[in-house]
Ligand binder design. Sequence first.
Ligand code: NAD
Length: 368
Amino acid sequence: MNENYVVTVDALADFCTKLFQAYGANYEKAKDFSESLVKTELRGIKSHGVVRIKNYIDRMKAGTITLNSSSKIIKETPTTALIDGNNGLGMVISKEAVRLARRKAEESGVGIVSVRNSNHFGAAGIWGEELAGNNMIGICATNSEPIVSAPVGKTRALGSNPFSIAVPANKYPTVNLDISNGVMALGKIYEYRRLGKEFPEGSWLDKEGTPTTNPHANEVAEFIMRPFGMHKGFGITVMMEILTAILADGAFGPEIPSVYRDIDKPNPISHFFMAIKIECFRDLHDFTSKVDTLIEYLHSLPVQEEGKRVLYPGEIEAKVSEQNDKNGIILSEEVVKELLDMANLGGMEISDSPFEVAPNNIVINSQI
Ligand SMILES: NC(=O)c1ccc[n+]([C@@H]2O[C@H](COP(=O)([O-])OP(=O)(O)OC[C@H]3O[C@@H](n4cnc5c(N)ncnc54)[C@H](O)[C@@H]3O)[C@@H](O)[C@H]2O)c1
């Protein structure tokens, strides 16, 4: 059996910052980039954490992510801004856009920032939560290359276009719905492979458009995702495409090459960020206390199976975050090897590896 490794949050952040610097990112960008990946790992969203670094670095090396480029505000009003990301790092651009949306919302009650020509921004939920902070409602979305089929379709129609709606509570961690509109994220295929499990019926089509439950039916990047809830998930994906690419005058659906297969082509995606200042509507403490009441109501609901409990969106990730913060982040041997290989190839100096073999009873939190 493969070993798992454990790494502290600070050590992983430091490793990732130095890794991006080794590939040419300046310190500020490397730090913002690394922080967002580590936050994603903390929340247990393994499919969008450090496992993605290789793709980002392959793109930096191919010149299809322009390192250290600066995004530019194209159009601005007191409550809105349109940013051209200039093909920079998606997570760095998103961080800037979130700061701008929050500043506008602090000043004018609402801040909406639309972004084009960005790159993959990872887990929507980390941006939703940053937009929300402890006093706002945060909403964000991204488009992506086509991967989701239409309900009756057998080809890829549009991206899975994940979005997050995040709302602060008072006593409880932030309510944060962070979902894509496919039955499951592409990155989870690696989890099915790792755990030797079959996909649930109806979740994927193979590259020919035939339903399959076999995670090895073809290359990971070739699967075609079904929309969740058929016309409902598909409808949301269409609307997220409009809120992101069409609003930002960015590339939409078929105009976006594959993030994994077309390393030599830019992946110009668009994002949408919105912050709404709660105090413009009601007293902040009253609002967050009422969110607590809603959470407590959900927790009190009768359940079908003894020992289960109704959870609210974001609750699982908040709990996992607390555990990971305390015990360290667990990474598979495969991921650690890939990180160390990239560090070596980039000429990064590592005096002591920050990754320690995890005790046998520690397992990786699975997203499936
Ligand atoms: N950037 C991209 O292109 C891209 C594409 C797809 C997915 N993603 C990211 O991948 C991650 C996973 O996406 P997904 O669509 O597989 O999400 P998912 O199906 O894992 O759902 C996650 C959401 O559901 C909530 N949830 C889970 N179990 C729950 C329960 N029992 N009760 C109540 N709420 C529950 C979670 O708190 C969270 O808000 C997300 O972070 C998403 O943003 C990114």
